[in-house]
Write a protein that binds this ligand. Sequence first.
Ligand code: HEM
Length: 299
Amino acid sequence: MSHPEQPGIFRQGFRHFHVLEYRLHDGVTRGALLNALRAAHLADSDTLAVVVAFGPACAQHLDDSTPVFPPFHAIHGRDGFVMPATQHDVLFWLQGADSDVLFDAVRHVHAAMVPVADAAVDIPCFTYHDSRDLTGFIDGSANPQGRAARNAALIAADQPGAGGSYVFTQRWDHDLAAFQALPVREQEMIIGRTKPDSVEFDAADMPQTAHVARTDLKVDGEAMKIWRRSMPFGTAREHGLWFLAFSCRLGRFDALLRSMAGADEAGVRDRLTDFSTPATGAYWYAPPARQLADWLAGG
Ligand code: HEM
């Protein structure tokens, strides 16, 4: 039996995004939550796509056949570096063809959720030039493509939650002034790719502290491939990357994050963490489209 995923996971080409993370009020019943989710529901269209995902407690509250997984716990790395945990209950990731369409959708979702939850994260994001991070580097070059992307992102058919996906969200605040003060060659050494055209360094030239060296990772022979959909966000004063990615296994996120923090056996901290600081962190389960539809239809 196949379990088609929520299509927004793989939709591409939208340039406007919004991330909403909700904290459920104490004592919200399953029925009240389903009513809110029903009211929040928006069909995907040519101009809009919405992916919905749930924190571990909320997923179990909805349906105890969902995979059991832990909340995100803070990761303590080298030199006092910390990735904080801010686990919430419901995630909406909205993608729009334009900011007006998206804004209406965001307000629709929010009005539906207000009776049962507070918005802990409510942030517009955007595509920056040709899919670059605000540092100026292309983000997504090494993302798997086609079937490989599906294998990386979706829970395998023989696993609990088949066709669903684990999601990780993490806000990173950049110190762009400090990063951009560096010569371009040094910026490239921090990432492990060239800046204009994203050519990966040869192994011999790749510093161990480079972001690509820390994240092109194998554990026990298994490549820690994930499907990244991160987005720049920000204002004149505060800006960075809203990291958002999908994985077939939660452990892949954990391995990548520990590698970046220097909290694994290698003990090497990602040089990018000298210029960008994680401010949130949460794990989610995005159910397959059918499971979500069944909840909304049946209660
Ligand atoms: C400040 C935050 C971050 C920035 C600015 C950033 C930026 C980048 C850039 C520019 C690349 C190289 C081009 C590409 O392949 O996409 C890259 C690669 C990658 N990043 Fe990040 N990233 C950030 C955080 C993270 C986090 C938190 C993770 C994991 C949880 C991650 C996982 C990866 C992976 C798996 C690759 C591909 C490595 C490879 O196989 O070559 N990144 N990132």
